[in-house]
Design a protein around this ligand. Structure first.
Ligand code: ZN
Length: 139
């Protein structure tokens, strides 16, 4: 069995950003040389997510509005977590609902995606260096 590991680093310009990382992860798959197996992609931070959905117009703004409705960033005093002096109480909650990781099957050297599936990195407390782990196992 072969094993491949790589970290993808991001510094997003805004507090919240949504980045399509499908091409980056596909590059990892090519680099790995693995043709049959499983690929795990996970955010290595507790205020960011990796998820799979469509790259359709409007959807990212809909996610962001929905998440802000559930856990608005402000007022920051609304979150007990922020009594620690941090201001990212909302980001922890947003990460929880959008998830930590995705797993994609690899068949014949390609990701075995459903229709329209794309891999996204969702940042909820950005403007600093953060990373995503890509782990691929198979043969
Ligand atoms: Zn925090």
């Amino acid at each position: 069995m072969k094993s491949f590991r790589k970290e993808l680093w991001f510094t997003t310009p805004h507090r919240r950003d949504y980045i399509n990382i499908t091409a980056d992860v596909e590059k990892c798959l090519k680099e790995s040389g693995i043709r049959e197996g499983i690929c795990l992609v996970n955010a290595m931070h507790i205020t960011a997510s990796v998820y799979i959905n469509d790259a359709e117009s409007g959807l990212i703004q809909d996610y962001d509005d929905w998440l802000e409705g559930l856990a608005p960033h402000e007022p920051i005093s609304h979150y007990r977590h922020n009594r620690t002096g941090e201001d990212n109480g909302d980001a922890h909650l947003k990460r929880q609902i959008m998830g930590r990781e995705v797993v994609v099957a690899i068949t014949n050297g390609e990701f075995d995606f459903g229709p329209w599936e794309q891999i996204y990195y969702a940042e909820f407390d950005g403007r600093r260096r953060k990373r995503v782990l890509v782990k691929i196992i198979g043969e």
